[in-house]
Design a protein around this ligand. Structure first.
Ligand code: ATP
Ligand code: MG
Length: 402
C-alpha cells in the first residue's frame, strides 16, 4: 500500500531572527495557518525544537491543497509534504526507494535524467549516523532500475530528497513548495489601506500584510456618480487580496457631498489634492477607532500629477498617522507583475470608475502648496463634512477566497 504524506514541515525565514519575540511570532503564525486552512481541513500546527509542523486531523487526501494554501500565509520561506517513517536507516532507504520507483515508473527511457541530492537534518543527535553518512547510505541504495533516470548533483539539484531525523521517528520528503516569506500578519499592528479600484492599492495592501500588518480597508464612493459596480469591484478586490490575512474589514465612506463642496468652493486645480486630503483625514479617524497605527496607500513617486513629492507632502499633512507607501520605488510594470501574481490585476482592470474621476480638474496643480490647501479648506464646513461622512460609513466584514 502506498505511504501517503501526513505532515507538512514548515520553514520560516526572517521569523527565525526574532530572538526574544520568537514565541509571539510563532504563535501568530500558527494561528494564521490554522485559520487559513480551516475551510479545507482541520489542521493542527505545533512547534518542536525550532521546527514547525502542520498535521491534518481529518481530510488527509486534501494535504496538497492545504499545503498550497499555507504557502500563501505570510511568514514562511518554504514547506514540504512529509511522510512519516521509522527512525532506522534501512526503513528510510526503503521508503525513499518506494517513492522514487513510483515517481519514475512512467518516465520514458529517453527522457533526460533528473538531478538530485539527499539532504539529512538531525534534530535527534543521538541518531547513530552523521547527516552525511545517512545521505551516502541512502544514495548508494537507490535501485539500479532507475540509475539512468536520476543523477547526483550537490549544487542546485532539481530534486532534494529530504530526511528529517526527529526524536523517536523520522520524516522523508521530496522537494519543497516556496512560501511568500515575510512576517506573520498581526505581528506588526494594524494599518488602514486606502483602497481605490485601481491596480496599485491592492498591491500595497499585500506588501503590508507580507510585512506582518493586519490591513483594514477604506474606500470612498460618490453615488450616484460612482455606485454599485464599483462597490462590487472593491468587495472582489478585498476578497482576493484578503486571503493573505485571517480577517478583512472594508469601510465604505460616502464622498459625494465632500466632492461637491470642493467642486463648488475650492480652486479647481487643487481638487484632487483636496479630495485626497479629505480621504486621509477620514481614514485616519476610522483607523484610530481600532487602534490602527498607519495609513497605507498605493502611491508611488511621479506616477500621476497627484503623486509629485510636493503633492504627496500636501496630502500627507492631513493625516496624523504615518503614511506608508510600499510601492514608492516601483515602476508601474513592476507593480503589475505583483498584481498578476496575487490575482488582483484582472479585477482592478474591470472598467468601473473611481471617485477621483468625478469632477476632475482640467489643469491639476503639479506642485501644490500647503498654504493653498489650508486656505481652501478654511472656506469649507470641514467638521460638518467629515462628521456626516463618518456617520454614513458602511462596514463590511468580508470572507476572503483562499
Ligand atoms: P490605484 O491604482 O491604487 O488607484 P493610482 O496609481 O491610480 O493608484 P491614484 O488614483 O492617484 O493612483 O491614487 C493614489 C492612492 O490614493 C491610491 O493608491 C489609493 O491608496 C488612494 N485612493 C485613490 N482613490 C481612492 C478611493 N476612491 N478610495 C480610497 N482610496 C483611494
Ligand atoms: Mg487610482
Amino acid at each position: 500500500m502506498p505511504t501517503p504524506p501526513t505532515t507538512i514541515l514548515l520553514r520560516y525565514g526572517e521569523l527565525a531572527l526574532k530572538g526574544g519575540n520568537r514565541n509571539f511570532f510563532e504563535k501568530r503564525l500558527a494561528e494564521n495557518i490554522e485559520a487559513a486552512t480551516a475551510h479545507i481541513a482541520k489542521v493542527k500546527v505545533s512547534r518542536q525544537r525550532g521546527r514547525m509542523t502542520a498535521v491534518l486531523k481529518d481530510n488527509l487526501d486534501r494535504i496538497e491543497r492545504v499545503a498550497q494554501r499555507i504557502a500563501e500565509v505570510p511568514g514562511l520561506s518554504s514547506l514540504s509534504l512529509c511522510i512519516p517513517c521509522e527512525q532506522d536507516p534501512d526503513a528510510i532507504s526503503a521508503l525513499i526507494n518506494e517513492k522514487l520507483l513510483e515517481r519514475f515508473e512512467f518516465t520514458e527511457a529517453s527522457a533526460p535524467s533528473t538531478t538530485f541530492r539527499v539532504e539529512t537534518k538531525r534534530a535527534d543527535k543521538s541518531f547513530p549516523m552523521s547527516s552525511m553518512e545517512l545521505d551516502h547510505y541512502v544514495s548508494k541504495r537507490i535501485p539500479e532500475s532507475i540509475w539512468d533516470k536520476i543523477q547526483v548533483q550537490l549544487k542546485r539539484p532539481e530534486l532534494v530528497i529530504g530526511i528529517d531525523i526527529r526524536p523517536g521517528h523520522a520524516y522523508i520528503y521530496f522537494g519543497r513548495i516556496e512560501g511568500i516569506g515575510g512576517l506573520p500578519v498581526g505581528s506588526q499592528g494594524r494599518a488602514m489601506c486606502l483602497l481605490s479600484g485601481g491596480i496599485d492599492s491592492p498591491v500595497a495592501a499585500y506588501f503590508a500584510m507580507k510585512r506582518g500588518c493586519r490591513v483594514d480597508f477604506v474606500s470612498f464612493l460618490s453615488p450616484p456618480y460612482i455606485g454599485e459596480p464599483t462597490r462590487l469591484k472593491l468587495e472582489k478586490l478585498v476578497r482576493k487580496v484578503g486571503r493573505f490575512q485571517p480577517k478583512n474589514r472594508l469601510h465604505l465612506v460616502p464622498f459625494t457631498e465632500i466632492q461637491e463642496a470642493i467642486r463648488d468652493d475650492a480652486p479647481e486645480g487643487y481638487r484632487t489634492i483636496l479630495y485626497r486630503r479629505m480621504m486621509q483625514r477620514i481614514a485616519t479617524k476610522i483607523a484610530k477607532r481600532s487602534r490602527g497605527k498607519a495609513i497605507l496607500t498605493g502611491e508611488s513617486i511621479g506616477q500621476v500629477a497627484s503623486q509629485t513629492l510636493s503633492n504627496i507632502a500636501c496630502i500627507e499633512e492631513a493625516s496624523s498617522l504615518p503614511v506608508l507607501r510600499p510601492l514608492i520605488g516601483l515602476d508601474k510594470l513592476e507593480t503589475i507583475l505583483v498584481a498578476r501574481q496575487i490575482g488582483t490585476f484582472d479585477i482592478s482592470n474591470l472598467p468601473e470608475p473611481d471617485c477621483c474621476t468625478v469632477f476632475m480638474p482640467r489643469g491639476p496643480v503639479i506642485h501644490g502648496q500647503l498654504e493653498y490647501c489650508h486656505s481652501a479648506e478654511a472656506g469649507l464646513d470641514m467638521k460638518g463634512l467629515v462628521d456626516r461622512a463618518l456617520n454614513g460609513i458602511e462596514v463590511m466584514d468580508i470572507e476572503a477566497h483562499g
